[in-house]
Design a protein around this ligand. Structure first.
Ligand SMILES: Nc1ncnc2c1ncn2[C@@H]1O[C@H](COP(=O)(O)OS(=O)(=O)O)[C@@H](OP(=O)(O)O)[C@H]1O
Length: 377
């Protein structure tokens, strides 16, 4: 009897220890599965709580892009293979819609089954479009995203100006995953005019490539004003904001729409931290008149194979701008949104001439510093 009790106790102990081993294994597998599906990443949520930004920043557009970007997106090894043999451009191009959002089916395989991105890693951007506001930065980023070796955060993260105190890891976590050989990018045009941005970007990586899309500062100022006016129809006239005094015709440099156009001044701060060879100045005008030509320069600068070419663009007569050719099998046009390429209000020619005269010496200084003549005057 005594011995029988011992056997029962012994068997019970064996069953219990087997059960606990099984339970531990289940826990471990569950944890690994959880991590593999990407849920171990700490998704930065604070961006959704950001305050209304300063004038000229379209929070709703950015919030939408952020939501799209923070959604896990697949990047299959298949892509890497097609990147190598140069066949990935067309299908990749279909993943971007007019406003730079990834289309909804990007997070679904062709079978319609949702997939999580478990390939590649989140890296700091190796190249940043740092400016200028209203220069054509969105067009440039969307054109670049056609390239299979470029992955970009679609919204403007504003890390080096507004959210620097969130820390570098927060910033890195925003970025899309990339495979070896792919470039991570982002664009935030306000970096160019932010005093602290050059040293902060250099603290992250002094080798970062910097792209500046520049546009005639007079047209840029009008474009900036047009954007603000669209959000605040009661805004005073362009003339009253641009001029300190109508009689003297002195320009008001405290108005941000004017100040941003002092490209030489802003570039000088960046040149204290980065050599000129790390900059590429893209002409906002040529990005419209010859997008493929300008994209050729950008791809060379980034060390990318020239994939984006004439065949990716068509000129949309209604919009008056180049648009991306619609993807095969889709009738959706691939122009940028309504807030890009909108008509400007008529500004008195005398005011425009005053501004032109004001900018001339700054433009010439900028041509000297950048080694490029943009022919704005
Ligand atoms: N292909 C194409 N389609 C539409 N718009 C184009 C394109 N290429 C350049 N642009 C010019 O881009 C201007 C907006 O510049 P940004 O994208 O840098 O603006 S923003 O700073 O991000 O708000 C925008 O300025 P506005 O014309 O004043 O709207 C356009 O002139």
């Amino acid at each position: 009897m005594g011995c029988g009790g011992c056997r029962i106790r012994f068997n019970l102990w064996k069953v219990l220890s087997k059960a606990s081993v099984c339970f531990t294994m289940v826990l471990i597998f569950t944890y690994f599965f959880y991590c593999l599906t990407g849920f171990c990443d700490s998704t930065p949520r604070a961006l959704f709580k950001q305050q209304a930004p300063h004038r000229g920043y379209d929070i709703s557009d950015d919030r939408r892009r952020m939501l799209e970007d923070l959604r896990p997106s697949p990047r299959f090894p298949l892509d890497a293979r097609s990147v190598r043999n140069g066949t990935a451009a067309a299908p990749r191009a279909q993943q971007v819609d007019a406003e730079g959002q990834r289309s909804k089916n990007e997070s679904t395989q062709s079978s319609g089954i949702p997939v999580s991105n478990t390939f590649g890693s989140k890296r700091f951007p190796q190249a940043i479009i740092i400016g200028v506001k209203k220069g054509g930065t969105r067009a440039l980023l969307e054109f670049l995203r056609i390239h299979p070796d470029v992955r970009a955060f679609g919204a403007e993260p504003h890390f080096f100006d507004r959210f620097y105190d969130k820390g570098l890891e927060w910033y890195r976590n925003l970025m899309p995953r990339t495979l070896d050989g792919q470039i991570t990018m982002e664009k935030t045009p306000s970096y160019f005019v932010t005093k602290e941005a050059p040293s902060r970007v250099c603290t992250m990586n002094c080798q970062t490539k910097l792209i500046v899309v520049v546009r005639d500062p007079v047209t840029r100022a009008v474009s900036d004003y047009t954007q603000t006016l669209s959000k605040n129809p009661g805004l005073p006239s362009f003339q009253s904001l641009a001029l300190k005094n109508a009689t003297t015709g002195l320009i008001d440099t405290s108005w941000s729409a004017v100040r941003i156009g002092l490209y030489a001044k802003h570039l000088e701060s960046w040149l204290q931290y980065f050599p000129l060879s790390q900059f590429l100045f893209v002409s906002g005008e040529r990005l419209v008149s010859d997008p493929a030509g300008e994209m050729g320069r950008v791809q060379d600068f980034l060390g990318l194979k020239r994939v984006i070419s004439d065949k990716h663009f068509y000129f949309n007569q209604t919009k008056g701008f180049p648009c991306l050719k619609k993807p095969e099998g889709s009738s959706r046009p691939r122009c940028l949104g309504k807030s890009k390429g909108r008509p400007h209000p008529d500004i008195h020619s005398e005011v425009l001439q005053r501004l032109r005269d004001f900018y001339r010496p700054f433009n010439h200084r900028f041509y000297q510093l950048s080694g490029q003549d943009f022919g704005w005057d």
